[in-house]
Design a protein around this ligand. Structure first.
Ligand code: FAD
Length: 449
């Protein structure tokens, strides 16, 4: 299936769809789809570790991948503690839980570059972990790569099938149940299968879970630090939290909200003292066998639009999900010229510091592209500083930014709900406030343009 459809082409030999991802993706689906036959793949050594699906683009590893590794590692430690307390076996703290990171794509150079980045950053992260089980896992963890034309551009069909196969769902690797069902029960090669809670992860992992006949939990924000291996996720647009547990010993599929599992950039000394994880390529024949079993559904036709830092603005802006500062505008910005003031304030913080966000009303009014939307149906962010300009603070918007460390709101209406979550509020017109704020930020940076 295709998520988050933006537009549909007129009738023709194929249906064309446009989706909102970091960039708009254009896909085509053949009108008649064939049923998929499930093929086998090489299953990594069992050991009740975790498989983490890496997100990457142009050879760069997304920081959200490391958040997913952190969440998977926490879940395995938590679950291991539970099982060791219910048995007399060795303590969980001494038992490693290997992490296998899958870097898949269609471009050998890009995959190699992202895999190398994952090999050093995951090694540094695990070996510097305060958690003894995570630290012990560094020596048994690894990166696996898969290259195939249908694994490019984050297309979910091939990726989901590959992940499911690696979990033992391939018919010949498990030999039981519909779709193999090999990841269920105690013979699962992985105790957990995680992906970043980004559009990419939300697109791929539910399909993989379904192919592996497993349940999954989306948008996890916490792993029980106790000994039950339970997961917490927001519900009702973040108004309530739900704690869930998987019912059996099979693989736990989940996506982790990146802002809930912040990962510091590995420091140079940790990187140099911990050797990178080994990188192993999955045999091309096995990748081909897995992919040929996937639905032939979508194929990539092209990208359009800017990156998440763009919004018609500067390429120096960081990704919205990773930015230290987010300046977001709402409906009150009125038109694209008004919304440009948001970008101008963001750029005043200097290159690579601030990203631009938007409310859904601003997106619906055409002031900002869809990929800049923050909220329940947009991105979840947790920057050090979130500046909400002309945004009312509807629950659906707040759901995506309430975890920000410091919230500044500018709004003409002193009773606006945004002020109930703001640390600092200015009741006033953005037309007056923004130029002064921008001037103050630039002055603070020593007049840098
Ligand atoms: P408004 O609600 O119109 O608020 C504009 C604000 O600007 C007002 O508070 C006003 O006082 C202020 N203002 C006016 N003039 C000025 C001025 N000159 N200077 C300063 N301030 C001024 N919304 C999201 O943002 N993200 C989501 O992901 C999202 N998901 C949704 C999902 C569902 C299922 C639904 C039903 C809704 C969702 N919404 C989402 C929409 C949400 O309910 C609100 O409608 C939306 O957030 C409002 O956007 P806004 O604050 O920009 O506009």
């Amino acid at each position: 299936m295709i998520f988050d459809l933006l537009s549909l082409s007129p009738p023709g030999p194929t249906h064309r769809f446009t989706l909102a991802l970091a960039q708009k993706k254009i896909y085509k689906l053949p009108r008649a789809q064939t049923a998929a036959a499930i093929a086998s793949s090489s299953v990594p050594p069992s050991g009740q570790g975790a498989l983490v699906l890496a997100e990457h683009s142009s050879g760069q590893l997304s920081p959200a991948t490391l958040s997913a590794v952190a969440a998977a590692s926490q879940l395995l430690s938590s679950a291991a503690t539970a099982s060791s307390s219910s048995s007399s076996s060795s303590p969980a703290s001494s038992r490693p839980h290997p992490i296998t990171v899958l870097v898949a794509g269609d471009d050998a150079a890009g995959v190699a570059s992202a895999a190398a980045a994952a090999a050093s950053s995951v090694a540094a992260m695990l070996s510097s972990s305060a958690n003894p089980a995570a630290a012990a896992s560094a020596s048994s963890s690894r990166i696996i790569t898969a290259i195939h034309p249908r694994l490019g551009h984050g297309l979910a069909e091939g990726l989901a099938q590959l992940v499911a196969d690696l979990c033992g769902a391939g018919s010949s690797s498990s030999g039981s149940g519909s779709n193999g069902g090999g990841s269920g029960g105690g013979n699962a090669p992985f105790a957990a299968v995680a992906a970043p809670g980004s559009t990419f992860g939300r697109n791929v992992l539910p399909r993989a879970a379904a192919l592996a006949s497993r349940d999954m939990v989306s948008d996890v924000i916490a792993v029980d630090p106790g000994n039950s291996g339970t997961l917490t996720r927001p519900v009702y647009a973040g108004a309530a939290l739900e704690t869930v547990a998987f019912g059996d010993g099979g693989a736990r599929f989940f996506t982790a909200r990146p802002s809930a599992f912040p990962v510091a950039a590995p420091d140079a000394s940790a990187s140099s003292s911990s050797p990178p994880l080994p990188v192993e390529a999955l045999p091309a024949s096995e990748v081909e066998a897995a992919i040929s079993a996937a639905s032939p559904a979508a194929s990539w036709l092209g990208d359009s639009g800017g990156g998440s830092g763009g919004g018609g603005g500067s390429p120096d802006r960081p990704d919205l999900g990773a930015a230290r500062v987010v300046v977001a505008g709402g409906r009150a910005l009125a038109d694209t010229a008004g919304f440009a003031s948001i970008g101008s304030l963001a750029d005043a913080f200097g290159p690579g510091v601030a990203a631009v966000g938007a409310s859904r009303a601003a997106v619906d009014a055409g002031l900002a592209p869809n990929e800049l939307q923050v909220g329940q149906t947009g991105r979840s962010v947790a920057p050090d500083l979130y500046v909400a300009v002309g945004i009312s603070g509807a629950a659906q918007h707040v759901a995506g930014m309430r975890a920000s460390k410091c919230i500044v709101a500018i709004n003409t209406d002193g009773d606006s709900p945004i002020f109930s979550v703001a640390d600092y509020g200015l009741v006033g017109d953005w037309r007056e406030a923004l130029p002064k704020l921008e001037e103050a930020v630039r002055a603070r940076r020593g007049g840098a343009k």
